[in-house]
Write a protein that binds this ligand. Structure first.
Ligand code: K2U
Ligand code: NI
Length: 184
């Protein structure tokens, strides 16, 4: 199982590299890695397991964060209000279109690979359309908005060597862009 020891931290060169496209058909090894990434997210959101193994809660994880420089990511977002959850294991994901409108989390963002706080707003696209392949190699295309869209952009950034704090306006970190949507 993946634990925090497997997650590389800011300063490790892999976090600033562009990850490699995954060769299709997806190998057994890459499928296992994707399953372990999703398992980590579920474990990290289980109070008992997270406490037992000292896991930081995460809703997304990109393969470079476990020092696997491949274009693979997992997302696990539980939406208790409506009972549905978002569970994704994506290979070679790309944003094929996005809204003009921007969005941000009012409290800023964090990252499992960044131990210290980096206060400030991260403006992202409010809506994105993602094309990818799923773990079975089936083509995937879906539009996301709001929080899931923010999480996916954070993870896809990891595949391109971009960190969330790269976007923070150091002169006025909590100044929202005009017309940007606050996402809660
Ligand atoms: O990539 C990662 O390090 C996981 C990030 C994902 C993230 C996406 C969007 C905005 C902030 C972070 C975090 O660890 S997830 C942490 C977290 C957990 C529960 C709810 C919100 C954020
Ligand atoms: Ni991150």
């Amino acid at each position: 199982m993946i634990t925090m020891e497997n997650i590389i931290r800011d300063g490790h060169e892999t976090l600033r590299n562009k990850a490699e496209e995954v060769k299709l058909p997806i190998s057994t090894e890459d499928k296992t890695t994707l399953d372990e990434m999703l398992e980590f997210l579920k474990n990290s959101q289980d109070e008992t397991i997270a406490k037992k193994y000292g896991l930081r809660s995460g809703v997304g994880l990109a393969a470079p964060q476990i020092n696997v420089s491949k274009k693979m990511l997992a997302v696990y977002i539980q939406d208790d209000s409506k009972g549905n959850s978002i569970e994704l294991q994506l290979v070679n994901p790309k944003i094929v279109s996005h809204s003009v409108q921007k969005a941000y989390l009012p409290g800023g963002e964090g990252c499992l690979s960044v131990d210290e706080s980096k206060p400030g707003l991260v403006h992202r696209n409010y809506k994105v359309t993602i094309e990818a392949f799923d773990i079975d190699g089936t083509p995937f295309k879906k539009r996301f908005k709001g929080y899931p869209a923010i999480v996916l952009q954070h993870e896809i950034d990891h595949l391109n060597g971009v960190m969330f704090y790269d976007y923070i306006n150091q002169n006025d970190p909590f100044k929202p862009l005009d017309d940007a949507v606050e996402v809660n």
